[in-house]
Design a protein around this ligand. Structure first.
Ligand SMILES: Nc1ncnc2c1ncn2[C@@H]1O[C@H](COP(=O)(O)OP(=O)(O)OP(=O)(O)O)[C@@H](O)[C@H]1O
Ligand SMILES: [Mg+2]
Length: 300
């Protein structure tokens, strides 16, 4: 069964009631993983496999990059982690607790879970609901019961960080793709979750804004926030990723490990559709050959 996208009212204040003790692993030791997936399988209506994962642990305090070709299941996996899609098979644990459709139906659990996990959708059109950008950014802190003055300060800071002050009073739906993406990123800044899930966050961003995002994500790493980013952008992956999860074309886990190790495995990257080969017709005839572009040094 497929979960509907969660209602906006699900984003509720954090009462931190998923406590430190419940954030520990079943053995009682401090939880190493923010998320643990075991024998997970999700199939969309109509029978298309979304993703299938035997075992995966997403480490706390790390920036994990989800890599894979188009259609390899990255967005599906992120939605599973955010409790937006419920796998038909297997078990998901977050903060050491089992996350099931039944648990997420419990208002209290849902509120706590949603306040700890922030999600930037690949499609920014489905992220923003408020009449103005400013209202959108104020939504989460307002739900937390923050006072008006502090909300204003927080909103102003997020507007300034993403350089969107000039569109603060505009209707989000009528913004350009990149502007919407900036608003979506700013809105999880004001939400201030423990875990950031970002689906193709650099898509549609101009290079200057991409730089701002890289700095932001690097800042999260310094604060030991848990960040999971789905991207095709291997440069971004190299800049910010501690660990990588690679999904293969069959939508199963192809590899998981340290980012630097995996980015050196050119055959693995090629088989996962992460290296590209193309002609360089603008160059001299002698360079009309195929090149790969999967590492920073390979300027092709
Ligand atoms: N709503 C849906 N209904 C049916 N099938 C879907 C739906 N959403 C995704 N799929 C299918 O599930 C598989 C995984 O899709 P997913 O969106 O997770 O891939 P992705 O790795 O995020 O791709 P991309 O890089 O293009 O964003 C694909 O085969 C896709 O066609
Ligand atoms: Mg996707």
């Amino acid at each position: 069964m497929v979960a509907a996208m969660h209602e906006r009212s699900d984003h509720q204040p954090s009462d931190r009631a998923i406590t430190e003790s419940s954030a520990r692993s079943p053995s009682g030791s401090p939880g190493e993983f923010a998320f643990e997936l075991n024998n997970i399988s999700f199939t969309y209506p109509g029978g298309v496999l979304g993703v299938e994962i035997e075992h995966l642990g997403i480490r706390r305090g790390c920036c994990t990059i989800l890599l894979g070709a188009n259609g390899s299941g990255k967005s599906t996996l992120l939605k599973i982690l955010d409790g937006l899609l419920y796998p038909q098979k297997g078990n998901l644990r977050a903060f050491g607790e089992s996350v099931t459709e039944k648990r997420l139906d419990e208002k209290d659990f849902q509120r706590r879970f949603r306040s700890r996990v922030g999600f930037v959708f690949q499609d920014a059109d489905i992220q923003c609901f408020s009449p103005t950008v400013r209202d959108e950014l104020a939504f989460a802190p307002l739900q937390k019961g923050m006072d008006e003055r502090n909300i204003d300060l927080l909103v102003q800071k997020a507007l300034s960080t993403l350089r969107i002050e000039s569109i603060a009073d505009r209707y989000p739906y009528r913004l350009s793709g990149g502007e919407k993406k900036r608003v979506a990123i700013a809105s999880i800044l004001t939400m201030d979750p423990e875990i950031y899930l970002l689906d193709e966050p650099t898509a549609n961003l101009d290079p200057a804004t991409e730089g701002i995002l890289i700095d932001l994500l690097a800042g999260f790493a310094e604060e030991n926030k848990t960040v999971v980013v789905a991207t095709q952008d291997l440069m971004l992956a190299r800049h910010i990723g501690d660990r990588a999860v690679i999904l293969g074309p069959d939508r199963t886990l192809a590899a998981e490990g340290e980012m630097t190790d995996l980015l050196d495995r050119s055959e693995l990257l090629a088989s996962a559709g992460l290296a590209h080969y193309h002609r360089h017709p603008h160059r001299k005839a002698s360079t009309h050959e195929r090149h790969s572009h999967y590492t920073e040094d390979d300027s092709g």
